[in-house]
Design a protein. Structure first.
Lengths: 576, 236, 178
């Protein structure tokens, strides 16, 4: 397909859609599926057939609309009017919705209609998620009708590879995987690395337990990722891309087949593969499967996993930009980073650089979850305060509880307490608060959560996910978990807390890779902001949130405690 | 190869490009403890005992190339302290009971700990229940003494070329295995060459029939044969 | 395993299982490239439900990889299993959002009711419980996956009820069709 064929296809699809009476987009992303959206989709299809509207109405399985806690969500597009979005849709309500739009006299369903000015949507700025929920998950026509692949066409015709790297550099885009390395610089490094063979890899393994941005972008708007990767391939001189996806999670097989079809579709239309859009640029994309290892978030481990080996990180340098997959220079970015490329090319680097704060440009997608009213996938400009995110978009804390902390960055991040709610969300301020931006997990905790237990939860995760290569991470995390368990069951002394803090520092400084280096973060940040809770556990032997069982005593006190327990068991009175 | 200069503990020293920091440091008579490093096989960078401060940042000397102008400190108080902590972690990880170990007195873990002044373990002994494998007719594998340095894996793969040894699982549950986790004695790929036993730093691999403090190991054969074959020092 | 004894140790073990052909085809499809090991293991586990010694030997010999290599890779990743799956499987998400919403209580009650801890199979081999992080449905936490079906907003009680129902259905089915 060349440029004019692309524009032609877009026009045909736009005209087809304009002739429809309305389009129904039923969310088929994982959260809505778990709320029963498959039944809703079937009901919608049946209802449309019953009304004899098959020719005039589209029923489409779309990607994520964002309001995952209120699923299943159904979006109705009618001509130029703003879309109507319905929440908590059941098959029964789905039938009513169709009836309502088919003839105006149907039953009233406005109870489930989300008001157009609801802060959940009004406060967001959806760039990366711009198409998400508005297009079919698979069909290439829908994406092209919304301007898809024009960025690639533009780049191939108008821009030299160097210019593409410069544009990305000017936009100020930073890696969305968590560390925030400037994307443009990375691209330039790979471009300049001398080699005939180079690779582009996108990390969609997403091991952070409580985050699902990348998978959702991949599900909801897969062509945008492919287009971003192809642009990256052109910019750095690579002809092969790999999408590293998590395999083996429930429902993964269906998703993978879908992704496979999407890639084949793009190849069929000449938008990927040999001689992309009749240019001299060739770019193939293949899928590689992960099999459940958080350590694959580390780039060297990820590449080993792509090469079919045990994912044990190797020391850097050499960096992947110098020596990556099979020894060739490799560009490795996260899904969200690649999803930002197309809008930057289409709207210009300056437009992007105007969004966000001085050092953190653009928007960030968060998976907002936990004790908030509106949980889901949100996209906000960098620099928005946590308060706005949690109280305006998230709708505040559920069931009248108090906000306690926001956990960002998953097991590598930390907890931000209430007094810092007004700090802006960007790379620098998150770091200053002892947390990290991370890939975008944002879990809100209320007063029913014990912060020591939260730290223990994350340490348990790190023990489970440590690859075992270096001693500080393999044994150090286990020892830290032991100390935290002791604090949680009441058998710790202040000396144990000292040992814990010392271990945190040592593991942070001496571990081989990012997993070990950041494993102590949840402990360090809770110690920093909630030290009183640790002390209450140890000194008063009480869990302020009432989560921990506290049924043990320190070993040193057992000598006193045992006779007391025996006496009380045999019914004797305690002698004062 | 060109000569580079760097600062080691405040003194100017010289090395060659391509050398690792560990090589340069040891050449200049400064002793750094190591466990996973072994001359003749590839580096792993796993034990973290050879950590040094380079321009204020910590890095493992065995996997860092020496560079012009580096400021290297090897024995700051913090580094010494971290080394002792790492050793304590190793002793607490499995069941290292020196008094009944075949390698008592010849064990690298033991001697490194003594040299670093690690005399007590402040952490909880994890005391895992681990098996022994005495199915091989000549050697014994005792997981209780293994520190997962993977010297046996590397020597088997790189020098003998059999790739009998492998790691299974991950994290704290990692274990060395032969082939498909079967008994060593029934391994179809093992050539019974015994190199793994000789390079093992602790009493995890030893000869059948040895008793407490009897086992001694020699791995100077490694540079010898690698020099002979690899660098073509044997010309006849 | 008599057949393999007669052959060389390094040839793929002979087998008449059609599922093995599927694995062999997969190996061929990836051009016998050794870096496709994880993909091949995925396909093998899908075909057999788990990875046993014969299968791993077969893969290793087909791909010309050392046996230990294949076992080492398979055991590194949590998704691969060396045990036959139980009749029914209940996956409890233990990701952060589900932890906050009380996934532990579900696990505790499962253990109390059926005596199965995460990663274990019940004594009669009919139910296994696994913990998993995370299917990515945090908005609907806590999440369960029972026999491949994704379920959101579960309580400990509803979980137990679902599983009891599942086990009872089997019994009925057996009585109807002896």
């Amino acid at each position: 397909m060349n440029r004019s064929e692309l524009f032609n296809m877009a026009q045909v699809e736009q005209e087809r859609q304009a002739k429809l009476r309305f389009r129904i987009l039923s969310c088929a992303s994982t959260p809505c599926l778990s709320a029963g959206s498959q039944d809703v989709f079937n009901a919608l299809q049946t209802a449309v057939t019953e009304h004899g509207l098959n020719a005039e109405v589209d029923v489409v399985a779309s990607g994520c609309n964002g309001l995952c806690s209120h699923g299943p969500v159904v979006r109705i597009q009618t001509g130029d009017a703003p879309d109507d979005i319905y929440e908590f849709v059941t098959p029964e309500i789905a039938r009513q919705i169709v009836a309502r739009y088919a003839d105006e006299n149907g039953a009233d369903v406005s109870e489930h209609l989300i008001p157009a000015d609801a802060p959940f949507f009004a406060k967001q700025q959806r760039i990366v998620l711009g198409n998400s929920g508005r297009i079919d998950q698979e069909d290439i026509e829908g994406y092209i009708a919304r301007g898809g692949y024009t960025a690639l066409a533009h780049v191939l015709r108008e821009m030299a590879p160097e210019q593409v790297c410069d544009a990305i550099n000017q936009s100020g885009l930073r890696g969305r995987g968590g560390a925030g390395y400037p994307t443009g610089l990375k691209w330039q490094l790979v471009r300049k690395a001398p080699s005939n063979k180079k690779y582009v890899v996108v990390n969609c393994d997403e091991g952070d337990p409580g985050a699902y941005m990348d998978r959702t972008i991949l599900e909801s708007d897969p062509h945008r990722l492919l287009e971003g990767m192809a642009i990256a391939g052109y910019a750095v001189g690579a002809d092969q891309g790999y999408i590293f996806v998590r395999g083996g999670y429930p429902g993964a097989e269906k998703r993978l087949n879908q992704l496979e079809r999407v890639i084949r579709m793009a190849e069929k239309h000449g938008l990927l593969g040999g001689r992309v859009m009749d240019s001299n640029f060739s770019f193939r994309i293949d899928i590689r499967l992960g099999a459940g290892a958080f350590v694959c978030g580390e780039e060297t481990a990820l590449m080993l996993s792509i090469m079919g080996k045990r994912a044990q990180p190797v020391p850097r340098p050499p960096y992947p930009a110098q020596r990556g997959l099979w020894g060739a220079p490799t560009l490795l970015n996260n899904v969200e980073t690649f999803a930002n490329i197309v809008p930057i090319i289409l709207n210009g680097a300056d437009w992007y650089a105007n969004i966000g704060t001085e050092k953190s440009k653009g928007t960030k997608v968060f998976a907002l979850a936990g004790k908030v009213v509106n949980g889901g996938l949100i996209e906000v400009p960098m620099g928005m305060t946590l308060r706005e995110i949690i109280y305006d978009i998230g709708g505040g804390i559920r069931d009248g509880h108090e906000f306690k902390a926001a956990q960002t960055g998953g097991p590598s991040g930390g907890c931000i307490p209430a007094q810092h709610l007004d700090s802006p969300v960007d790379y620098e301020s998150m770091k200053a608060l002892g947390s990290i931006m991370g890939s975008g997990g944002l879990i809100v905790l209320d007063d029913t959560s014990c912060m020591v237990d939260v730290a223990r939860f994350f340490m348990e995760f790190c023990v489970d996910e440590s690859c075992g290569k270096c001693v500080p991470c393999r044994v150090g995390t286990m020892q830290m978990l032991r100390q935290l368990e002791k604090i949680c069951n009441g058998s710790a002394t202040m000396q144990d807390l000292e040992i814990l803090e010392e271990l945190c520092e040592m593991v942070r400084e001496t571990s081989l890779c990012g997993l070990g280096q950041s494993a102590p973060n949840p402990v360090l940040s809770t110690l920093r902001h909630f030290r009183d809770e640790y002390e209450a556990h140890i000194l008063e032997r009480r869990c302020p949130a009432g989560v921990c069982k506290m049924d043990q005593v320190p070993v040193m006190e057992l000598a006193e405690e045992l006779p007391r327990r025996m006496r009380s068991a045999s019914g004797q009175k305690e002698v004062a | 190869m060109s000569v580079i200069t760097l600062t080691l503990n405040g003194e100017m020293i010289s090395g060659l490009t391509g050398q690792t920091l560990l090589e340069v440091i040891r050449e200049h008579g400064v002793e750094l403890p190591t466990l996973c490093h072994l001359e003749g096989i590839s580096e792993r960078g796993g034990c973290r005992l050879c950590m040094v401060e380079v321009n204020g940042r910590m890095t493992a000397a065995c996997v860092t190339k020496a560079n012009e102008g580096m400021h290297v400190n090897t024995h700051t108080e913090k580094l010494q302290n971290y080394r002792r902590m790492i050793l304590e972690l190793l002793f607490a990880e499995r069941n290292h009971v020196c008094a009944v170990c075949v390698m008592n007195g010849h064990c690298e873990l033991q001697s490194v700990a003594a040299a670093q002044g690690m005399d007590s373990v402040r952490y909880d002994y994890l005391s895992p229940e681990l098996p022994m494998d005495a199915s091989h007719k000549r050697f014994v594998l005792d997981h209780n003494r293994c520190i997962l340095c993977t010297r046996c894996l590397r020597v088997c793969d790189e020098v003998e070329g059999a790739h009998t040894w492998e790691l299974k699982g991950r994290g704290i549950h990692s274990m060395v295995i032969t082939d498909l986790n079967g008994p060593w004695g029934e391994s179809p790929s093992c050539t019974s060459c015994g190199k793994c036993v000789q390079v093992c730093p602790t009493g995890a691999l030893y000869d059948q029939g040895s008793t407490v403090a009897e086992m001694e190991k020699k791995h100077d054969f490694l540079p010898w044969i690698l020099g002979g074959r690899g660098k073509k020092e044997w010309n006849w | 395993m008599l057949v393999t004894k007669q052959q060389s140790d390094y040839a793929p073990p002979a087998t008449e299982d059609p599922r093995m052909d599927e694995v062999a085809r997969a190996v061929k499809r990836f051009g016998y490239q050794q870096d496709a090991l994880i993909e091949v293991l995925h396909i093998a586990q899908r075909a057999f439900g788990y990875l046993d010694e014969t299968l791993l030997t077969y893969i290793a010999r087909q791909m010309k990889l050392p046996l230990g290599w294949v076992y080492g890779v398979a055991s590194f990743y949590h998704f691969f299993s060396f045990e036959p799956p139980a009749e029914h499987n209940c996956v409890v998400c233990t990701g952060t959002a589900c932890y906050v919403e009380g996934a532990q209580k579900i696990l505790d009650l499962l253990e109390k009711e059926f005596g199965v801890k995460p990663g274990q199979v019940s004594a009669d081999g009919r139910l296994s419980v696994t913990d998993f992080r995370c299917p990515g449905s945090c908005g609907q936490a806590p999440i369960l996956v029972i026999d491949g079906e994704l379920l959101g907003r579960e309580t400990p009680e509803s979980t137990i009820a679902r599983i009891k129902q599942l086990l009872a259905n089997d019994k009925q089915a057996k009585e109807v069709a002896p």
